[in-house]
Structures are given as C-alpha cells and as structure tokens.
Design a protein around this ligand. Structure first.
Ligand SMILES: [Zn+2]
Length: 446
C-alpha cells in the first residue's frame, strides 16, 4: 500500500519537474533535462564527487532528482531546490519520462529480447521510468530494478493517468474489497458490464465507485478502462467464472500457463548452470551449535541434496566443494566465472550472540545482478513452516561482492539458537529447505 502512495508522489514529482524546469537547450553544455532516479535503498549525497567528501543528505530508491552533470562515476543532482550534491553513478539511472504499464504480469527482462532472462513482473497501472528504447523494447526502471519490457504494453504517463476514468467490468462476477488485497474483506460484488468510476490505481488494483453506490478495491485485470488503450488480450480475458477464479489465484497472463505446460517441469532448468557453494570446510568449521553441530557439515549436506534436486530439473550443477576441504573464497568466486554460472548460491547457517535469533535470511549484493535472484526465494522460503523467513537483505559478503554472476547467500537457520539448531539438523528440514530453494531457482528462470 505504501508503494502506491509512493508511486503517486513520484508521479507528482515528475509533473512538478516537467512544469518547473525548462527543457534544457541542446547546446547547453553540462545541462540536461534528464532526471536521475535512485536505484539503491539509501544513498549518500556528498559535497563533492568522491567518497572522502562529506555526506549532506540521504536519497532513497525510486526518488528522482534533476540531473546536472555526470563526472568520473559521480552524478551531480539537485537534491533540494537550489542545493546540489553528488551521488555515486552506480546507484542511479538516468530517465526522461515515465510510462504506465498496461498489462498485468508484464515481464521485465534482462535483455531487449524474448530470450532475455525474466528478472521480474510488473503490474498493470504501475508507473515506470523510461531510460531508453530499442526497437520494440523499452528499458525501464521499476521499483529500483532495471530491465526491458515490450514497448507495446506501455503508454505515456500523461495519456493514461488523468483524473478519473470509467471502466467496465469484464468478469461475470467481480469481488469488491475493502483493501487492495485478496485477503481483504469483501464489501460487495460487481457483475459483467457494470460501469464503474476508477478513482485510484495501485499495482494490480483499482479503487472504484459503482453506480449502485459500492466503493472499494477490485482487481484491475477485470476492469476494462473505457477510452484507454484497447488491449486485445484483455478483450479475450476470462469468459467464465471458473476461469476468473483461476486467474485470481494465479498469474492472469495466459501465456504463463502455456509456457509452463509446453516446457514441463522436468526441463525447467535445462541449459542452466548453477554453482552451489557449501560454506566453510576443512580448517574453517564455520559456526557451531551448543550440541556440536558444525556449520561446514550442514552446508555440505544441504549442497548435496540440493544438487540432486536441481539436476532432476535438468540443470548442470557444480559444487565448489564436495568433501570436507578448505576452499578459499576467491576460488569459490572463480568457479562461478569459470563455469559461467547462471546462478551462484552460497549456503550457510547463521550464528548470533542473541540466542533468540531465529530463521532464514537471503542476502544479495548487487541491486541489479543479484536482486532478482534473491527475490525468487521470498515466496518458497516464507512458505516453509519449520523456520521463520527473515527476508531478503543486502549483504556485503566476499562471495557476492566479488562475483560477477547472479549470486545470493542463504543463511538457513541459526545454529546459535537451540531450537533452530535442532531443526536444521533433521532430514525433514534438509528435504524441505532444498525443495524450497530448488523451487526458487525454477521460478527465477521461468
Ligand atoms: Zn557461514
């Protein structure tokens, strides 16, 4: 929900920007009409172009600022009216305008091609920043991730977002809910053909007011916006209540079903190379539980089980170690490069002074190369009943930082916590957690 407000703010900002700032004359050296969009969670704005300069403020992911100059890996921005500062260029993307996503579950790809790896999905109604266009593809920034989408499913922000629009319900029965969530209470129902006023948009949801006096949130997939871009796919959207039900619990993009049916689960990872890194080993035992369970033994067991699962989906799997041996971190990273890993997964078990600390954490380093992979773990790992999922977090680990392949580091439970330690040592947990990881990897490449 916060994200919606945030998008709205972003949007206002753009309009303010467009209204207040003159479009830079082309000949004017060093001045541009571009905006710098922040792509990392929190970035320092410094007095000068370098780390030694004093930080003046913080800017955050998704915020946009007027770009003044780019110099030696640093970007000069106006972070407050008439106040400028520098941020590292690696944490910004340059954009000129926004667009609105017109298709639900629109695929965000790493490359401008149908073969480009899918790094995420965008929701209809979502606002994205446009970086550049290349043929039928547009490179966009969406919620901090950068990728390519098919240009056919974007419309310029100014065309589609103006005040209130009218929509027509195109499902035989459509639930109206108190909040934009499938879990929210149902406040009423609309039927096919009913006309509604769209008063607010959030990714995947419209807030509507019906002529019968109902108001609340509905799935945007079942409301055809009148006078908007006609969407052919949408015209053939769900025709029966059954299909609607299916779509409500699964991605509404029918192509997703086709893909998974034709490919089949067995071949889901064919052609992919996964490097599995069992943390620690040999003289480096890693963390140890009060009962003497060693992290290096757990990680190896997990790696071997996981290897079998991934191979059964057709992946080529390489282990950085397959016995109790010491392997330097640099050698682990080198293997990712050597084998041109499509994904590098480092397996660990956590330890903390706080003996209550419990659960699983997924770490990434690079917001672009690693984040998509890290996010794929969110769903399968939060469904694990055995241990709580603590979330996806930035982690400055050598095997991630020095790795130029998509990489994540998984901390699969705290050996410093008695309950966690007892849990992770069971076959049941090892079986469940490796199944969840294999699922995540499949999702990532889907
Ligand atoms: Zn470790």
């Amino acid at each position: 929900m916060r994200r919606g407000i945030w998008l709205a703010l972003l949007f206002c900002l753009l309009w303010l920007a467009a209204a207040a700032w003159p479009v830079g004359a082309k000949g004017e050296s060093g001045k541009t009409a571009q905006l710098a969009v922040v792509t990392a969670d929190q970035v320092n704005v410094r007095q000068g172009p370098g780390v030694p300069y004093r930080p003046l403020a913080n800017v955050h992911r998704g915020e946009a600022y007027r770009l003044i100059e780019v110099k030696d890996g640093w970007v000069n921005i106006e972070w407050k009216p008439n106040r400028t500062g520098w941020i590292a260029a690696r944490y910004v993307a340059l954009a000129k305008e926004t667009a609105i996503v017109q298709e639900n579950r629109l695929r965000l790809r790493q490359e401008p091609s149908r073969d480009g790896r899918i790094i995420g999905h965008l929701a209809r109604g979502e606002t994205v920043w446009i970086i550049k266009e290349d043929g039928e593809w547009t490179e966009v920034i969406a919620d901090g991730a950068i990728g390519w989408v098919s240009s056919a499913y974007l419309t310029a922000a100014r065309e589609s977002s103006i005040s209130h629009q009218t929509g027509i319900v195109n499902a035989s029965s459509l639930n109206v809910r108190a909040e934009p969530s499938l879990k929210a209470a149902r406040v009423g129902r609309l039927v096919r053909g009913e006309e509604v006023e769209i008063v607010e948009k959030k990714p995947g949801w419209y807030k509507i007011a019906s002529q019968t006096g109902l108001d609340g949130w509905v799935s945007s997939a079942y409301v055809q916006v009148k006078g908007g871009q006609a969407n052919e796919k949408e015209a053939e959207a769900p025709q029966s209540a059954d299909r609607s039900l299916l779509s409500a619990i699964a991605p509404s993009d029918s192509r997703l079903y086709v893909d998974s049916w034709t490919r089949g689960p067995v071949q889901a990872l064919a052609g992919k190379t996964i490097v599995l890194d069992a943390g620690h080993g040999g003289k480096d035992g890693g963390a140890q539980s009060v009962d003497g369970i060693k992290e290096k033994e757990l990680t190896l067991e997990t790696a071997k089980l996981l290897k079998n699962k991934l191979q059964s989906y057709g992946a080529r799997v390489v282990l950085t170690r397959s016995s109790d041996e010491y392997v330097p971190l640099s050698a682990r990273v080198a293997m990712a490069r050597l084998y041109q890993a499509d994904a590098f997964i480092s397996l660990h078990y956590d330890s903390a002074d706080d003996q209550q600390a419990s659960g699983i954490t997924v770490y990434y380093y690079d917001r672009f190369a690693d984040y998509g992979l890290a996010q794929s773990f969110e769903d399968p790992l939060s469904r694990l009943a055995a241990l709580p999922f603590r979330g996806v977090a930035f982690g400055d680990y050598y095997v991630l930082r020095e790795n130029d392949r998509p990489s994540v580091l998984l901390e699969l439970g705290y050996v410093s916590n008695r309950t966690d330690a007892a849990t992770v040592a069971t076959d049941g947990y090892q079986e469940a957690v490796t199944a969840a990881i294999a699922d995540a990897v499949r999702h990532y490449f889907e």
